[in-house]
Design a protein. Sequence first.
Length: 380
Amino acid sequence: MNYIAAYEEIINQQLARIEKMKKGQEFIDYRSLDKIIIGIIGGDGIGPAITAQAGRVLKYLLASEVKAGKVEFRTIDGCTIENRAAVGKAIPDDVLTEIKKCHVLLKGPTTTPRKGDKWANVESANVAMRKELDLFANVRPVKVPKLGIDWTFFRENTECLYALGSQGVHITEDLAIDFRVITTPGTKRIAQLAFDFARRNAKKRVTIVTKANIVKATDGKFLDVCKSVAKDYPEIEVDDWYIDIMTAKLIDQKRRGQFEVLILPNLYGDILTDEAAEFQGGVGTAGSANLGSHHSMFEAIHGSAPRMVDEGREIYADPSSVIRAGAMLLSHIGYQKKADHLFVALETCTVTEKKLVVTGRSDGATGADFADYILEKVSM
Ligand code: IPM
Ligand code: MG
């Protein structure tokens, strides 16, 4: 393999991406649109089952907007592992074209193949969608009031080891090299979003998480750029932590309550947000916003659980993660009251009242029963 040519191509791609980012982009103003198009992507595994339930809830809450022509729902099929593997692409072209026509997306989990699977080892559909739609901010809130936890993670979503995760190079049989990319404009935009959020929500502290003592070039840049953005927000206290001790401090009862807004490069953000979600009941309960300037995608943070489908249990899968993602979507497109209503219903149905429990098996409620329960609460 001519790895010098491979390096050159990678570097040119990234330099072109930087130029595009430098031009800057205005965020879409949903209120100025005649109609907001919401795409619902079932994905695969338990995805179609749980996303259908979340879709029911959203369609109920937006029924009058749909009737008035202000909102349109579109179902986007075909983002399944079978189709993706068949065409050897992370997202089939026709599916991507439909996705790009939507302003916001609610997405079920999609199977990410790995070496040795029965599927072709195509790039993750999640990662491809984040890159294709430039969904640079992965915002993941975790709230557990009784433990004093109210964290909002701003995970950079297009760079770090994910940017070129499927473009590593096998130099010889014994040597494999992957590439980690951190850019100045890429870091600046996630940092600005996090600090703006902190300011708008009267948060006192923003925490930057890296391993800049070891990974000196890329994490060093991430930390420097975040600190320089912080200068525009003098009222906000800034601290920086290394990812190893950060994972420990999240479980330190005396310290964890002090963290409010956290900014992280992609991979550390991936790992730390799974740990954080565990405090509020696990990844099955957490929703996640993937924000870009022209598109946004809302999804669960868990996987597609193909085993549940193999065992015929998908009707028992818990849809609360995608329903929560739906509430985040409502808030993002300006329907804050409806979003709050849904967040309260989720709290009632999963914590305070909990009239039924979804266990993932036939001893628990079905996803449809759970969605009915949510609908009963939001219609009150
Ligand atoms: C997440 C997931 C994804 C990621 C996978 C499914 C590609 O773990 O959203 O956190 O690694 O980002
Ligand atoms: Mg993850």
